[in-house]
Design a protein. Structure first.
Ligand SMILES: Nc1ncnc2c1ncn2[C@@H]1O[C@H](COP(=O)(O)OP(=O)(O)O)[C@@H](O)[C@H]1O
Ligand SMILES: [Mg+2]
Length: 240
C-alpha cells in the first residue's frame, strides 16, 4: 500500500504540496483531478522518489521513500510511472525498447527479457508491432508502448500522469481502455487525468487537488454527483 502522510514540498519559495494525506490500498484505483499547477504531477514524482520532500512521509509497502537508507532504484522497479510523453529510442524496435529496462536494470537475459516484453506488448494490443520502429506508431500506440515498458518491470504500482493529454482526441479512447483493463486486473494505480468520464468510470476514489491541497476525496459518485467543496464544484463546472 502507498501511505502519504502530511507531505509538504516546495520549489524554492513556492509551496507546491501543503500537507497531503492519502492512503492507497492494494488493488485500489485513485484518480487525481484538479487545475493546472495544483501539485498533481509533483505528488507522483515524490511517490517514486524522483523529487525530495520537505516534511512528512511517504511509505510504499512500509518502505519510507525518502529515507536515506532506501534503495531508490529498487523501489522504482516496483512503481511504474508513465508520463504524457515518453521518448522511445528511435533506432530500436518497439520490442527492443521494451526489452531494455528488464535487461539493463533487472539483469535478465536477452531471450527471457524479450519474452516478457512481447507478453506485455501483446497485453496492450501491440502484438503486431514488435519489429516496428517507434516513429511508425500512432500517438496512442506510443503511449501503449510506454505502458508496456513500465509493465515489463512487473511493478506492483502504476502511476499515470495525464497519459492522454498529448493525444489527438480519436486516440484517447484506446489508451484509456488499456488503463481500464489494468484497473480491472487489480493493478494498484494512481492516475492524474483530465478525462472526467474515465475518472468516474474506473476509479475507486477521486481526489480533487486545489493549490497544493487535497481539497476533497471520495467515491466518484460523490465527487461528481455531490461535490462538497465550492472549488470542486467550480472546477467540475469548468471542465464539463
Ligand atoms: N522542477 C520544478 N521547479 C520549480 N517549480 C516547479 C517544478 N515542477 C513544478 N513546479 C511548479 O510547481 C507547481 C505545481 O506543478 P505540478 O505539480 O506540475 O502541477 P500540476 O501537475 O497539478 O499541473 C507549479 O506552479 C509548477 O510551476
Ligand atoms: Mg501535471
Amino acid at each position: 500500500m502507498i501511505k502519504i502522510q502530511n507531505v509538504h514540498k516546495s520549489f524554492g519559495p513556492l509551496k507546491v504540496l501543503k500537507g497531503i494525506d492519502l492512503t492507497v490500498e492494494k488493488g485500489e484505483v485513485v484518480t487525481v483531478i484538479g487545475g493546472s499547477g495544483s501539485g498533481k504531477s509533483t505528488l507522483l514524482t515524490c511517490i517514486n522518489g524522483l523529487e525530495p520532500i520537505d516534511t512528512g512521509r511517504i511509505l510504499v509497502d512500509g518502505t519510507e521513500v525518502h529515507a536515506r537508507t532506501t534503495d531508490l532504484n529498487r523501489l522504482r522497479q516496483n512503481i511504474g510511472i508513465v508520463f504524457q510523453q515518453w521518448n522511445a529510442f528511435p533506432h530500436l524496435t518497439v520490442l527492443e525498447n521494451v526489452t531494455l529496462a528488464p535487461r539493463k536494470v533487472l539483469g535478465i537475459g536477452k531471450a527471457e527479457a524479450e519474452a516478457i516484453a512481447e507478453k506485455q506488448l501483446r497485453h496492450v494490443g501491440l502484438g503486431e508491432k514488435l519489429s516496428t520502429f517507434p516513429s511508425r506508431l500512432s500517438g496512442g500506440q506510443q503511449q501503449r508502448m510506454a505502458i508496456a515498458r513500465a509493465l515489463a518491470m512487473s511493478p506492483d504500482y502504476m502511476l499515470f500522469d495525464e497519459v492522454t493529454s498529448a493525444l489527438d482526441p480519436q486516440l484517447v479512447g484506446e489508451v484509456l481502455e488499456t488503463l481500464k483493463m489494468l484497473a480491472e486486473e487489480g493493478m494498484t494505480m494512481i492516475c492524474v487525468t483530465h478525462e472526467m468520464a474515465f475518472a468516474r468510470d474506473v476509479s475507486d476514489r477521486v481526489a480533487y487537488f486545489h493549490k497544493g491541497i487535497m481539497a476533497e476525496i471520495g467515491a466518484p459518485e460523490q465527487i461528481f454527483g455531490d461535490p462538497q467543496h465550492p472549488e470542486t464544484r467550480a472546477f467540475l463546472a469548468s471542465v464539463r
